[in-house]
Each structure stands twice: as C-alpha cells, then as structure tokens.
Design a protein around this ligand. Structure first.
Ligand SMILES: [Zn+2]
Length: 328
C-alpha cells in the first residue's frame, strides 16, 4: 500500500483524542475522600504532539500492516526518559494489567541485569518499542505499531506531571488510592492505545447517541490549537476509520461493530451528560467503580479485545497438527 497521498490528509493533526478539561471537571465528585486530589487542573488525554502525529503516519514501513496491533512481536520493550524508579514501578504495575490477562504478548521493562530500561532524545538506535517521557504537558500514546514510524529519539508515550503528581504513591504509599486513581486509569488507557486499541466511544450505539458536533465544538472551545478536522478525528468513528484505514490497513473491527458500548471500558471518555442525546441515560456514559466516576479496572470488553489481538495461537506443529497429518 502506498501511503504518500493519504499522509496529506493528516498533516497538521494534533491529536486523535482529547478529553477536555471541561469534561473532566464535570466528572469530578463534589465530595468524598478522593476529591481533594481532584482539585488540581486535569491534564488532557491523548494530546499527541503535532510533529509526532504526522511522523506516525509518514513512513512506508506500514506496507502490508494488518492494523494497529503488534503482530510480529511477542515482547514489547519499554524504556523511560526522566522520572525515577519508584515512578517506573507504578507505571509497570498498572501496564501489566493488560498482559496479565493472558495471551502471547509480554512487556519487558528491565534489561538483562534487572535495571529499568532508559532511552534518550539523543538515541540513534531504537532502545525500546515503547519510549515513555514526562516532558510534555499532557497524556498521550502513539497508536500501536505506528509508534515504529517515529525516530529512536522520539517518545512514543507521555505522562506529563507524573514525576511529581505520583510521588504520593511512591514506594507503596497510599497503595489503595493508587489502585483507584485517575492516573492509574490513564496508564491503562494510554497503554491501550500503545497496544492498538481505539476509543470505545467509536462503537455504533455511542456514535448514534453522541452529539458529535457539540462534542467537537466543546473540545475546540477548550483548546486553542485544535482544528475542526482534528476534533472530528477525536470523536467521529467514520472519520477516524477512514484516515487510519488508508494509512494502517484494515483496523480491528470488534470495538467498531460490537452491538453494545462497553461503559466500563478504559478506552471510553468520561464526558458531560449534555454531550449525549439521551443525557445521563446514554450508553456512552462511563460507569465508574470503587467509588470513582471512572472505571478503575479493565472491563471484560477491554480484556476480550486485547485477547482478540494477542491470544496465544496454537502451533501448527503441535499435537493437533500431527494428528491431522496422520489422517492424510
Ligand atoms: Zn485515548
């Protein structure tokens, strides 16, 4: 597949998805033990820097790609730039929720002598598949295998503010709060993107109930740099699929065709009720757990999607294969 022409479509795009400050603020409980930590200004989700978003789509390495999932690797290496080991441990702990489901994929956060892997913007060779930084303001991850298209000195994931914001969880402090924190969900969400998952609000019933134009307008109002096209990419499944299909090949179809929206998915935005045609009754409305307005654990749908991409495939040379061979 030649991608030189489609690349033009996404030049200048900033972000595939942005959860607005306004939407976040709406989701905050007004009381309760967790509210103190939520007074802070939230950071936006999925604000991929424009230059990396462009680079992500600007390589001919994508020829023949089956989609966003990592089909040719069994281990994804992870490296950090900045931050500290207590922070790395928290991120690793959360990210492993995905691979602990089962399947053939593993994360490797440490080198052969057990030290956390690091990368640097000066790197000339790729130190890891997922390169986490903390320099940029917001939270984002490049999408699945498209991360291979940026340079070895580029981050592929960013958690702005984590080195200070997560200090209260370092070395096992406030462990129960960490488990249900918004930030831990952010790690699950962004690693979901790194694994190739798309947003749950792209599912058909949610797309029907979501006031897309209002959501787009709301998001544009909350960002000085977001264009109409960028916001559409964030909210409109048809637009998202159209762009990605041209550039990444056929996408995973499960989330986009599943009959019901998974309201407990880590990949669903927490949005204001008025952005839904059916308001608070919307199938798009995120259902929280553990006393939080957001889901704190991977949903059954998240797990099913993950396993769809990364399940263990039986060897054709195993017992079944041999038996089949004998029959011939
Ligand atoms: Zn996202």
């Amino acid at each position: 597949m030649h991608i030189s022409k489609p690349v033009v479509l996404v030049l200048g795009f900033l972000a595939p998805a942005v959860a607005t400050t306004e939407a976040w603020a709406q989701a905050q409980p007004t009381s309760g033990p967790a509210s103190a930590s939520m007074q802070r200004d939230p950071k936006a989700l999925d604000v991929i820097p424009a230059n990396l978003f462009e680079k992500m789509f600007s390589s001919n390495k994508l020829v023949g790609s089956p989609g966003l999932a990592w089909k040719r690797k069994r281990t994804l290496t992870v490296a950090f730039y900045g931050g500290s080991e207590p922070l790395y441990r928290l991120i690793e702990e959360a990210a492993r929720d995905w691979t602990s489901i089962g399947g053939q994929l593993k994360f490797s956060f440490t080198d052969t002598v057990g030290k956390y892997r690091v990368w640097s913007p000066k790197d000339k060779t790729v130190s890891a598949d997922i390169r986490i930084g903390f320099d940029q303001a917001d939270y984002w991850s490049l999408l699945g295998v498209l991360a291979e298209n940026v340079g070895p000195g580029d981050p592929t994931m960013n958690f702005g503010g984590f080195p200070t914001d997560l200090q209260r969880y370092f070395d096992g402090k406030n462990a129960a709060s960490w488990k249900t924190s918004y930030e831990r969900g952010v790690v699950l969400h962004e690693f979901g993107h790194a694994l190739g998952l798309s947003h749950e609000h792209f599912s058909p019933k949610c797309q029907q109930d979501l006031k897309i134009e209002d959501a787009v307008a709301s998001q544009m109002a909350s960002s000085k740099v977001l264009s109409y096209d960028q916001a559409m990419f964030n909210f409109d499944a048809k637009y998202y699929v159209k762009v990605l299909k041209q550039l990444a090949g056929p996408l995973e179809s499960k989330l986009l065709t599943s009959p019901n929206t998974d309201q407990r998915s880590q990949m669903l935005y927490v949005l204001r009720d008025e952005l839904f045609k059916s308001g608070a009754q919307s199938v798009c409305k995120a259902i929280g757990d553990h006393g939080q307005p957001w889901p704190t654990v991977l949903s059954d749908g998240d797990k099913a999607f993950y396993l769809d991409n990364y399940r263990v495939i039986s060897s054709p040379f195993g017992l079944a294969g041999l038996n089949a061979g004998r029959k011939e």
